[in-house]
Design a protein around this ligand. Structure first.
Ligand SMILES: Nc1ncnc2c1ncn2[C@@H]1O[C@H](COP(=O)(O)OP(=O)(O)O)[C@@H](O)[C@H]1O
Ligand SMILES: [Mg+2]
Length: 279
């Protein structure tokens, strides 16, 4: 079989990957009662198109603030945030966000809620074909005509993911998306996210407080620290490359070692609660 590709074939078959995110010396300060309170400082990171980045760090260290900057819902006090080299606009269409709560409209069906994510001006036939495809992707085809109160928390969260994807984002932003789900549903949702990412390889930035989730899903883990006005520390405590192709084995030695190391970095004593640990 001959496989002669002309230059134009190559261009057609490999569209330029989109969704490159660049954070350059980003700072975000909020006005406090007496003085400006720094929340993010020295955030420098380049994210490759299609990469999955997990963001971890103590409560209040600025994870959601970072996500809002990436969504164009907020602007940095200094530094820049770009997608594919262009600064983000207010509620930039190249990004989409899903939160811990699904935030569905209770009086609309699952289908209608997902439809709300479609970019304005999409032809109705195209929109319904795309919504059907997305419901299929997240396993909700059978629940299309139900209302949010008629479905489980996991299903509502899948609808919320489908609504975010309906925007056709280059960058999918997830703020503790599985944080309110039970443990088993959470594990299923993690695999669903990997399936979604294979089908629609957007760049993903996922905030999570679950270190294992971060290591299971991400190419790199961005660990943030809380900063104060008295130091010039960067908000980035470290960036960890996660080895191993997905899906990863949670019981793998390298995986559990990295989990312990990351928890240690977050100030959690992994030995204290280990039942088999005896004196
Ligand atoms: N709009 C705002 N105005 C003032 N302070 C804010 C605002 N948004 C966030 N903050 C403060 O920034 C800090 C980080 O918040 P957040 O990004 O939500 O943290 P995390 O998501 O890591 O828990 C908190 O101290 C919070 O009170
Ligand atoms: Mg938060």
């Amino acid at each position: 079989m001959s496989a002669v590709l002309t230059a134009s074939d190559a261009v057609r078959s490999t569209p330029a990957p989109r969704g490159a995110v660049s954070l350059s010396d980003v700072r975000r300060t909020f006005a406090g009662a007496t003085r400006a309170v720094p929340v993010l400082r020295g955030v420098d990171l380049d994210i490759e198109p299609g990469e999955i980045i997990a963001v971890v760090g103590p409560s209040g260290c600025g994870k959601s603030t970072l996500l809002r900057l990436l969504a164009g819902l907020d602007a940095p006090s200094a530094g820049s945030v770009t997608v594919d080299g262009t600064p983000l606009r207010d509620t930039d269409e190249r990004t989409a966000v899903a939160f811990q709560e699904p935030r569905l409209l209770p009086w609309r069906t699952i289908t209608q809620n997902v439809q709300l994510g479609m970019p304005r001006g999409t032809a109705r036939a195209d929109a319904s074909a795309r919504v059907a495809e997305l419901l299929d992707l997240v396993g909700l085809a059978g629940a299309a005509s139900l209302r949010p109160r008629e479905v489980s928390g996991g299903m509502a969260q899948r609808a919320s993911l489908a609504r975010a994807l309906a925007r056709g984002p280059e960058v999918l932003l997830l703020d503790e998306p599985f944080g309110a789900l039970d443990a088993l549903t959470r594990l299923r949702m993690q695999d669903l996210l990997l399936d979604i990412h294979s089908a629609e390889p957007t760049t993903v930035v996922l905030v999570t407080h679950d270190v294992e989730e971060a290591l299971y899903l991400a190419d790199r883990v961005l660990q943030l620290r809380a900063i104060d006005s008295d130091s010039e520390d960067s908000s980035i405590a470290r960036v960890i490359e996660v080895p191993g192709i997905r899906p990863r084995d949670r019981a793998d030695r390298g995986f559990t070692d990295l989990r312990a190391e990351l928890l240690d970095g977050l100030g959690v004593d992994t030995h204290r609660s280990t039942p088999q640990e005896t004196r």
